[in-house]
Design a protein around this ligand. Structure first.
Ligand SMILES: [Zn+2]
Length: 363
């Protein structure tokens, strides 16, 4: 049986000024309608979709100029939110999401949609990041149209088939770090040099802009932050893709340190821990996990203690084994290796020992 995994893909809507205004007005009317429905539902204690529709359908259409299907969707949005909590009156932001289904939004091609506004249907271009070649038949039901920082986005839920999980005998150990973002037990190093350079470059620009403090500078700052975030995301996508593909091609699982271990590892000084977080470890980890799941590669979590201080050849553990950030020299057997590769090998061995108890499946 093929299992599927739901993923949300964000796509930007490419609109001209007229379409922008029209969509925004639609959004405002939609949410006004939601507030109207919410008031009715809460004060009358009527939370069922069909009951509300029976009472308000024509009134909503007339009052807010919504189409039949959009009225249904507005009622749906309100009843969904009351499913979670009926104790308080729910209010909806003027620019809250509009829920579109296939009767009011359709895909003309992978790059263009037809979307309903108060003025009728209009064709709008869409742009994706990672899922450029999105398969249209994988799109699941409703999509949310959201408005953020002056731009419209489509939140598309797609279901991707997962490959059957295999339980291999061997693991590919991966160590996450600062100088090296990721290092594998095969000895492959994903250097953080370029990333650190980029971060420094951006933080210099950001510091300057913060000093200036004008409206223009703030706007520029926002732009820079977005650019930096996208750069990090790209790096994380590349690294995770490489790691997962390597494990798949060589029929191995992926072994990672337990996350809490990474945070608490005593060798990581406070300042470094900060840059740890800056380097979006959670994101890299999430990417590794979901890509692994898609390709049927097992992810194992191992005990993170002393992975950087233990010798991967004889097992001798001492903090003196680690001469510098980059070099590991075992004081017992003399084994010498790049410190991150040594750590990745320890992670790999621990996964082999723990199997299959350390099984960790991403959600
Ligand atoms: Zn040794």
């Amino acid at each position: 049986m093929v299992k599927f995994m739901l993923l949300t893909v964000k796509a930007r809507l490419i609109v001209d000024a007229e379409q922008h205004d029209s969509l925004l007005r639609t959004m405002e009317k939609f949410n006004e309608a939601c507030n109207f429905i919410s008031d009715f539902a809460f004060s009358n204690r009527i939370f069922g979709k069909f009951h509300i529709q029976k009472h308000l359908y024509y009134e909503i259409r007339e009052k807010f100029g919504l189409s039949a299907q959009m009225t249904v969707r507005a009622v749906g949005k309100v009843t969904e939110s009351y499913k979670v909590d009926k104790k308080t009156l729910h209010a909806f932001e003027p620019h809250g999401a509009i829920v579109y289904d296939d009767r009011i939004l359709s895909y003309k091609s992978a790059d263009e949609i037809s979307i309903l506004t108060l003025e009728g249907r209009t064709n709008v271009g869409i742009r994706y990041g990672e899922y450029r070649k999105l398969e249209l038949n994988r799109i699941k039901g409703q999509v949310d149209v959201i408005y953020k920082n002056g731009k419209f986005y489509l939140m598309i839920v797609i279901d991707l088939p997962e490959e059957e999980l295999r339980f291999p005998d061997e693991a590919l150990g991966v160590d996450f770090g600062i100088v090296n973002i990721a290092t594998t037990s095969d000895g492959k190093i994903f250097s953080g040099k370029k990333c650190t350079e980029t971060r420094l470059k951006y933080s210099k620009i950001k510091a300057k802009l913060q000093k200036v403090g004008t409206w223009d500078a703030k706007k520029h700052l926002k732009k820079i932050s977005g650019r930096e975030r996208r750069f990090k995301k790209d790096v994380n996508h590349c690294i995770s893709k490489d790691i997962v593909q390597t494990a798949k091609d060589t029929n191995r699982s992926i072994a990672l340190e337990d996350l809490s271990g990474i945070r608490e590892r005593t060798t990581v000084r406070k300042a470094e821990r900060e840059s740890h977080e800056k380097w979006a470890f959670l994101e890299l980890r999430t990417f590794v996990e979901y890509k692994a799941k898609l390709l049927g590669v097992l992810v194992q979590l191992v005990d993170p203690h002393y992975t950087s201080k233990q010798c991967s050849v004889c097992g001798y553990t001492s903090k003196n084994n680690r001469k510098t950030q980059s070099s590991f020299v075992c004081l017992s057997c003399g084994h010498t290796e790049n410190a991150d590769i040594n750590a990745a090998k320890n992670i790999m061995f621990r996964a082999a020992i723990n199997q299959p108890n350390a099984l960790c499946l991403p959600i």
